[in-house]
Write a protein that binds this ligand. Structure first.
Ligand SMILES: [Zn+2]
Length: 148
């Protein structure tokens, strides 16, 4: 897939053939130096891992947003996001993109926390409704004892 492009190892004169939009780490067969590539562009290690981490974190939210906008129900979207995220985590570890896997786990955790927060807010709102509003309504409609 994609166009191949020639790439000179930064540490030795070896020419490597790499996919033009490759994301990942390649090892030079001659000097064994690790070359980090983002969309075929050479980056330094920390930037590369940071970029993968951010891609990982935003992946669950992005996928959820796309599914939700396509009209998929929230329950189905959550299920699909979890399923796809597990796939990305496995892929990340399998292709030695640990930062990508870590990012997805972080993103899922953040998403989970967000869902939990919404759930807690909804629960508090429900308790408030039952504890305050219902008795108030009850009092307003049925609480007046007919006198006389
Ligand atoms: Zn080399």
């Amino acid at each position: 897939m994609g166009n191949m492009r020639e790439f000179t190892c930064p540490s030795c004169p070896t020419t490597l053939e790499i996919e033009s939009n490759y994301v990942g780490t390649v090892e030079c067969p001659n000097c064994n130096s690790q070359i980090h590539l983002l969309m075929g562009q050479q980056t330094n290690g920390p930037l590369f891992h940071l970029a993968l981490l951010f891609i990982g974190i935003f992946f669950p939210f992005l996928l959820f947003g796309i599914l939700y906008n396509l009209g998929v129900s929230i329950e189905s979207s959550c299920g699909l996001v979890c399923f796809a995220s597990i796939g990305i985590v496995v892929y990340g570890f399998a292709t030695k993109k640990g930062s990508l896997a870590g990012g997805v786990i972080g993103g899922l955790a953040a998403g989970g926390v967000t869902v939990m927060m919404l759930f807690i807010v909804a629960l508090i709102a429900a308790l408030l409704f039952m504890g305050v509003i219902l008795p108030a309504l009850w009092g307003a409609t049925c609480g007046t004892i007919p006198s006389g």
